[in-house]
Design a protein around this ligand. Sequence first.
Ligand SMILES: Nc1ncnc2c1ncn2[C@@H]1O[C@H](COP(=O)(O)OP(=O)(O)OP(=O)(O)O)[C@@H](O)[C@H]1O
Length: 240
Amino acid sequence: MFLEIENINKSFGDESVVIDLNVSLEQHKTLSILGKSGCGKTTMLKIIAGLVVPDSGSLSLDGRSMLEVEPAKRNIVYLYQEDLLFPHLNVFENIAFGLRIKKIGNVIVKSQVEEMIANLELEGQADKMPHQLSGGQRQRVSFGRAIITNPSLLLLDEPFGSLDAGTRKNMQGLFRRLAEKFSITSLFVTHDLKEAILMGDEIAMMESGNLKVYKDKMAFVEDSNTGVKEELTFWKEMMG
Ligand SMILES: Nc1ncnc2c1ncn2[C@@H]1O[C@H](COP(=O)(O)OP(=O)(O)OP(=O)(O)O)[C@@H](O)[C@H]1O
């Protein structure tokens, strides 16, 4: 498999935060991970990104062992909820940043960034500074900045957590379209049940450091632990 995580464990002091983590994910797929606050989701993502060192286990991406590789060389992008844009750069330059670092020529930068701005539905916003954007627009710029460098793996930590319901719904649709168009492989962490079902090709749930990956969405829906059944009962009772 493209992403293979085997038996990763992590404790802080005597608190086991990630327990026997096992994940395999095909390229170009999204695994959504549902989990409550404090269950260890962020620690798991940080281990994959190389920002936290696990106590044991292995991690490989595209057949290459990753734990020895420093974070900047993993080609993994970790995107979190309040991801900060560079405040002194406009939308165009924020998105262009990863290309500029790679010393890519101006003509190519211009065409790639303009195409990305169109894909992000941010036409006409290229010259705005981050503080002039709405939350949803800022989040789109963050996506663009991450995707344009063509990462092997995108780690999304509750990326829409701070958005209102309507904007969140738009962003979910936009992310699905971008994931398809740019053949993104990603882990999508959320505490929203519906979002987990909508965003993932595969689905998993994390509870107190244990990640359970379901064989398919039906298995997830049928597990009474996930809360789907409760939700259905609620709506049935509401409707009489
Ligand atoms: N550097 C650290 N030192 C000590 N304990 C830590 C550290 N990082 C995380 N923890 C603990 O590990 C547990 C899981 O934290 P983590 O941030 O992974 O949770 P989470 O599922 O992402 O939660 P949230 O959704 O609230 O961000 C928490 O009890 C937290 O206090």
